[in-house]
Design a binder for this molecule. Structure first.
Ligand SMILES: Cc1cc2nc3c(=O)[nH]c(=O)nc-3n(C[C@H](O)[C@H](O)[C@H](O)COP(=O)(O)OP(=O)(O)OC[C@H]3O[C@@H](n4cnc5c(N)ncnc54)[C@H](O)[C@@H]3O)c2cc1C
Length: 430
């Protein structure tokens, strides 16, 4: 436990040293910063060995949030990797779990997810784009996915394809599979450093050992809570940096920003509320399972998610106005509470040591509706926070390379990332 706490304490320093110098290139020059996987993987930030599912998810939520404070594009590619990790962690396929999963957790191999279309299919929004035909030793896949991120020559990604009216199968696809053609997409208003490609499948053979689940309909129910939970900290990290940016401009022009409709305290309250609700969702899970609640619902966990009580020092330095840079002043926010990997958590069994932590759906039954509601509210709160930071930052924020401007462009993606705002609205209604 102490080793992990120490690693989390140093996460901010690693990101500041390695990621921060790359952010302008990631945004302005579409740099796909894949080094982040090796950097974090080698230090154990994706490792599940010896940990319960709940421990792992909560630590990884923190990794996405801290990363997104610097750069939501990089937070997003980490989300893609974590989604793929989730698929293998829950799969019964021993080849994938024993051979590929450790490589993903070490950051040696990188993966993404092509599940937007299936998620929309399961919510009744659209048809499945991929079809699969069973053949001797595996499946043959056809169809097109318009956007899959975090891809590269030797990367992998998860997909779902329709075999028949009654069966859909989930597969793990290597980007170098024969018959798969990929076209890079970098014409977006943001998130261009995300390694995003259109993927066309033309008679792509996928062997049995790369089948994540023969029954994708059932499997999806097990992985979707983590899929959505990992998206929430994309917003929390961006809100935290927007708050810092807002507070930095507080004393400019004799405090005239106080007449703006959204104030730092509003953003801070929202951040705090979302963090507490996310903490509550994990606590509910534990109680619902009837296992120990010790530690998980305690303040330490929530504080690390919340971080809304950022004791941001207000400066009047015009040079910083609008840059919204993450500074040392907030570097320790939540780090005292990094001890969210605590004793007495959901399950003491690890992903590697037993079926319990992985295959028992009960361990991933977070309150699904509440998770959806938090995800929706996080997206709208992020949008409000970046918008507010633009107004507080004034002319400097409107510069092409301003950090507030980057966050504004990136934040729109959170609204359009599956489940999109409209998709969330539909699911919350049903
Ligand atoms: C930068 C970026 C990265 C993304 N990364 C991923 C990813 O890693 N994995 C993933 O599964 N999804 C990814 N998506 C898709 C994303 O999650 C949403 O599904 C999408 O942004 C919006 O969905 P929508 O429901 O608004 O559909 P719309 O964008 O309104 O699309 C409606 C329909 O048109 C189809 N469509 C959209 N664009 C095209 C196109 N160019 N050619 C053919 N059909 C098209 C869609 O598949 C859908 O069926 C990415 C999108 C973007 C913009």
């Amino acid at each position: 436990m102490h080793v992990i706490e120490h690693k989390l304490d140093s996460l901010y320093e690693i990101l500041e040293k390695k990621l921060k110098p790359q952010v302008k290139k990631i945004d302005g020059k579409s740099l796909y910063y894949k080094d982040i996987f090796k950097i974090l993987g080698e230090r154990g930030y994706f490792s599940s060995e010896g940990l319960s599912l709940s421990d792992v998810v909560q630590r990884e939520v923190e990794v996405v949030k801290e990363t997104s404070r610097f750069c939501m594009t990089t937070g997003f590619i980490i989300w893609c990797h974590l989604a793929a990790l989730t698929y293998l962690r829950h799969s019964d396929n021993s080849f994938l779990r024993n051979n590929i999963l450790p490589q993903l957790e070490s950051g040696e191999t990188i993966a993404g997810t092509g599940l937007s279309n299936p998620m929309k299919y399961y919510a009744g929004l659209e048809k499945l784009h991929l079809s699969a035909r069973q053949v001797v030793g595996g499946y043959v896949v056809n169809g097109t996915l318009p956007s899959v991120s975090n891809l590269g020559d030797d990367h992998w990604f998860g997909v779902i394809a329709e075999v028949s009216d009654n069966q859909r199968v989930m597969l793990f696809i290597p980007c170098n599979a024969e018959g798969l053609s990929m076209k890079e997409k970098i014409d977006y208003m943001g998130i261009n450093g995300s390694g995003t490609f259109a993927c066309r499948f033309n008679e792509v053979f996928i062997p049995e050992e790369q089948v994540i689940a023969e029954n994708a309909d059932q499997f999806v129910k097990r992985i979707r809570p983590s899929f959505v939970v990992y998206q929430i900290p994309l917003g929390l990290g961006v809100i935290q940096s927007s708050l810092l940016s807002i507070n930095k401009c507080k004393n400019r022009q004799n405090g005239c920003n106080e007449f703006l409709p959204i104030q730092g305290k509003d953003v801070e309250e929202k951040l705090s509320e979302l963090g507490n609700r996310l903490k509550g969702a994990f606590a509910t899970e534990v109680e619902a399972n009837g296992t120990s609640v010790q530690g998980l619902g305690s303040p330490g966990l929530g504080d690390s998610f919340v971080a809304g009580e950022a004791s941001v020092e207000v400066t009047d330095e015009a040079s910083n106005v609008g840059t919204g840079e993450v500074t040392d002043e907030v570097s320790n926010v939540g780090s005292d509470e990094a001890s969210f990997i605590r004793e007495g958590t959901v399950s003491s069994k690890s992903f590697y040591s037993g079926e319990d932590a992985v295959s028992s759906p009960s361990n991933v039954e977070l309150d699904w509706k509440e998770i959806l509601a938090i995800r929706r509210d996080a997206a709208t709160a992020t949008h409000e926070a970046v918008h507010a930071a633009m107004l507080h930052g004034g002319g400097a924020a409107y510069l092409n390379n301003s950090e507030d401007g980057r966050r504004l462009r990136e934040a729109y993606f959170l609204l359009n990332l599956t489940p999109t705002l409209k998709h969330l609205g539909k699911m919350l209604q049903s």
